[in-house]
Design a protein around this ligand. Structure first.
Ligand SMILES: [Zn+2]
Length: 757
């Protein structure tokens, strides 16, 4: 096989979904975790999926195919493993060094095992994908111990594809890592850069020896302020890697926004052969290129097809952009704006969308065809085979009534009175975040109901008995503020999307969220309104079963947008206000039905924060405004809760305070309560519930462990405003572990309360 001299303009993608068209990887992994299948069986499924992706890309007409975009869990974890950077707590001396032993250790780092909590998990930039945060310290020595990129390269080569292996770049890897607990104060992982770059050099040599002609090093960190500021490190890393004799060509790929002229100049002047830029997320890419007088002989990989939203491309406008770019570089490759990891695989699998909507959509498969088409159009001219008139929906989905209502709102629609009394008279009030475990029986009932095989009344009876059980369990455990458990919801966004006008859902549009967990983000395509109450029936039923307060449970506007594919024909803030208005009606109905605690989850507030500071104010303005529009209609005595599943509060603490919720529950367990110290220092004035244990892990925390977290919390935060809760909903857990963990949590709260006198 030799490299095709090929057309002047080539086509590629940064990456492709790895879970399989039917979530094959999820099923194979979960069965392996249960012990039902062997490592070899799991590896076979993975290998088939990889080969299927190469074949799909080839069939779509993509010239340059990436590899090593597959992962059993996460590409950052893969990179840590590749360079021998897993913490020692995952080392099991009894474990064999064979495939099974290696996989077990890998999954232990991802998911935790008794005695060894997993790596922290956090959002990958501003997406809904989660990566595992490597823990590094000055005494670790990055060395090339793994062979995954080489093995996957060879596997592809054997199948006839000379691929471009993709690795997380050294700068991004280190800036996304954190200092281990035992690292000296003030030390940061970037100090390992030179050693790590040496380890990359050795992997590049191995890839070259295996026959790789080009590698892709992903440096999305350059789209953030932190990455943009690391110019010296960028220069050092790529001067060193580019200067190696024994290496494939290097493509440094950036995405999730422009990188600025300074970083671009460093890359242009470094000895790397190609640079990937995103021309979709913002419109600064061309100005950056112009500022450095073009890339000259450095190949430009131009991300002009949106990689993380589902709208069909505007082909004529992409052609125009590429035309401009042709003048700014000698060699051009057309690509997606980022990996296609963030979109569903194939629109063809969908059957239920209205034709006008469907005509506006493109999933991964369709996007690869758009990229290939652009490559052909630029190389050969003509765009005949493509319906170039199809673009994102616009005027057809306008609802004048919604617009008029929003227009008529005054400033008082966003305000609650400052003085509204304490939500409860208890210190350390115990509660949960909303969802309870979802049994197989419940999932089957929901699926049968969805297929029309289970009658409405029977289905409702099942939900009511589930609520009975969850309420009884919470009373038995001794929790203070109860929840109905969300048995009617498959997903906290999808449930509402299905009940709101302006939203469509998909049947197979799965996207990886973390590990084997996938979600089906709905599609927000038009003006949003609420035809009927969405949750009142279930919350009031739950409240009728107990004398304790039950929290109503809604998903907030920012999260409704963040976990959906959202229209791009109007500002996000406008779309968020429409969602907020619909939620405000729901909040009013809940309150009217006697519900005294209402939680509006804004799990995505932090992850939606623009990567660059200069764009954050505008975002926080509409994010805060829409939350307040949704919640400020209630009486002063109703307690408004919100929940966020992350703990890097620093950047948005002002925003969170501005939401003006009475109680905010946040994740803290996995980041070891760093947050409480932070909040203590700031003097957060309303209620706060720092999660006391990690629900992402099957591990049951002991009473002592939770007690220690709570004692730490009360040493920083006034106990009256402190709430006790897990760090997120329980729906991904089983009853056995959830129940035990909650019992331990309530016992820990009792012990600490007793000492408060
Ligand atoms: Zn959460």
């Amino acid at each position: 096989m030799t490299t095709n001299p090929g057309p002047a303009v080539r086509s590629t993608v940064h990456g492709y979904p790895r879970i399989g068209p039917d979530r094959e990887l999820k099923r194979a992994e979960e069965s392996y975790w249960k012990g039902a299948t062997t490592a070899a069986e799991l590896e076979k499924v993975a290998s088939d999926l990889r080969l299927d992706v190469y074949a799909r890309l080839r069939a779509a007409g993509i010239d340059d195919i990436p590899s090593n975009t597959f992962s059993y869990y996460d590409q950052v974890l893969d990179t840590a493993v590749l360079f021998g950077l897993l913490p020692a707590r995952f080392e099991d001396p009894t474990e064999a060094g064979d495939a099974d032993g290696r996989l077990r250790r890998y999954f232990a780092a991802a998911r935790g095992v008794q005695g060894a909590p997993p790596l922290e998990m956090t959002k990958w930039f501003d997406t809904n994908y989660h990566y595992l945060v490597p823990e590094l310290s000055p005494d670790v020595r990055p060395r090339p111990v793994g062979d995954k990129p080489v093995v996957e390269f060879r596997e592809a080569l054997d199948a006839g594809h000379r691929t471009r292996p993709v690795l997380v770049g050294p700068l991004t890897f280190l800036l996304l890592s954190k200092a281990a607990d035992d690292a000296p104060e003030g030390w940061s992982p970037i100090a390992l850069l030179d050693d790590l770059v040496d380890a990359y050099a050795s992997v590049l040599a191995d890839l070259r020896a295996a026959g790789a002609e080009e590698v892709q090093l992903d440096e999305p960190i350059l789209a953030t302020d932190e990455g943009r500021a690391a110019l010296g490190e960028l220069e050092r890393a790529y001067t060193r890697l580019g200067g190696l004799d024994d290496r494939p060509r290097i493509l440094v790929s950036t995405y999730f926004g422009s990188i600025g002229a300074d970083a671009l100049r460093v890359l242009k002047e470094s000895p790397v052969e190609a640079v990937g830029l995103d021309f979709v997320t913002d419109d600064e890419g061309i100005a950056d290129l112009t500022a450095v007088s073009g890339l000259g002989s450095t190949r430009l990989v131009a991300g002009v097809i949106e990689g993380r939203n589902v709208w069909r491309a505007d082909i004529p406008s992409a052609v125009a952009t590429l035309g401009t770019l042709l003048a700014l570089t000698d060699e051009l490759t057309v690509s997606t704006s980022c990996s296609l990891l963030h979109v569903p695989i194939d629109l063809e699998a969908e059957t239920s969308q209205a034709p006008e909507l469907r005509a506006a959509l493109a999933f991964a498969e369709q996007k690869t065809r758009e990229v290939a088409l652009l490559g052909r159009v630029l190389s050969e001219g003509g765009e005949g085979e493509y319906d170039i008139d199809a673009t994102a929906p616009g005027a057809a989905f306008v609802d004048a009534r919604v617009r008029a209502r929003l227009e008529a709102l005054g400033p008082d629609a966003y305000e609650r009175p400052e003085d509204r009394g304490a939500p409860t008279d208890l210190p350390l009030t115990t509660t949960t975040i909303g969802s309870f475990p979802q049994t197989g029986e419940l999932r089957r009932a929901r699926a049968a109901h969805r297929r029309g095989e289970l009658a409405e009344e029977e289905y409702k009876a099942i939900l009511r008995s589930e609520i009975d059980r969850v309420i009884a369990l919470q009373e038995d455990i001794g929790l203070d503020v109860l929840v109905h458990g969300e048995p009617e919801r498959n997903d906290m966004v999808q449930y509402f999307a299905e009940r709101l006008e302006g939203y469509a859902t998909t049947d197979h549009g799965w996207v990886q969220s973390y590990g084997s967990r996938c979600v089906r983000p709905p599609i927000l395509f038009g003006d949003v309104s609420r035809p009927a109450p969405m949750t009142v029936e279930w919350i009031t039923y739950a409240q009728s079963r107990t004398a304790k307060p039950v929290k109503g449970m809604l998903t907030g506007p920012v999260t409704m947008l963040a976990w959906s594919f959202v229209r791009t024909d109007q500002p996000l803030g406008e779309t968020a206000r429409q969602v907020a208005l619909a939620l405000r009606d729901e909040v009013a109905d809940l309150e009217r039905a006697g519900i005294r605690h209402i939680q509006v989850d804004e799990a995505a507030l932090r992850e939606s924060l623009p990567l660059r500071e200069e764009r954050r104010r505008e975002y926080l303005d509409w994010a805060v405004g829409s939350f307040r529009l949704a919640t400020s209609g209630v009486s002063p005595s109703t307690t408004v809760h919100t929940h966020m599943c992350y703990s890097e509060f620093g950047l948005i603490v002002g925003g969170i305070e501005a939401l003006d919720a009475d109680v905010t529950s946040v994740e803290a367990a996995r980041s070891r309560m760093e947050l409480v110290e932070d909040l203590g220092r700031r003097g957060f004035k309303r209620g706060i519930g720092p999660g006391v244990y990690d629900i992402h892990s099957p591990r049951v925390p002991s009473v002592e462990e939770i007690e220690a977290s709570l004692r730490l919390a009360v040493s920083h935060i006034d106990a009256g405003g402190l709430w006790v809760n897990p760090d997120c909903g329980l729906k991904t857990r089983g009853y056995e572990e959830a129940e035990q963990a909650l019992r331990n949590m309530v016992e820990a709260a009792r012990r600490v309360r007793a000492d408060l006198g």
